[in-house]
Design a protein around this ligand. Structure first.
Ligand SMILES: [Zn+2]
Length: 82
């Protein structure tokens, strides 16, 4: 995991909800509590390929944190990879 780059701590927020148009968001992220995880869901660049034992291949791929913004009016989730 030497290429893992932690995202900045400043949350990203969209200007308005793409579902209902409200402009009030709660920042957050999708937790990954699986064995060996680093706690947060990550985006891996490139199409999903599975290895011999069924795990997703990610060796040598770019990885980034997935961050979210939840609309406080309707609950719609906007996801961003930074
Ligand atoms: Zn909304």
């Amino acid at each position: 995991m030497t290429d893992y780059q932690p995202a900045t701590s400043r949350p990203w927020r969209p200007a308005s909800c793409s579902w209902c148009g409200e402009a009030s968001f709660d920042p957050g992220f999708l937790q990954d509590s699986g064995e060996g995880s680093q706690g947060a869901l990550r985006w891996v660049t490139g199409a999903l390929e599975r290895g011999f034992f069924g795990g997703a291949k990610s060796f040598g791929r770019e990885r980034r944190d997935v961050q979210g913004a939840r609309c406080s009016a309707c609950g719609h989730l906007e996801l961003f990879v930074r």
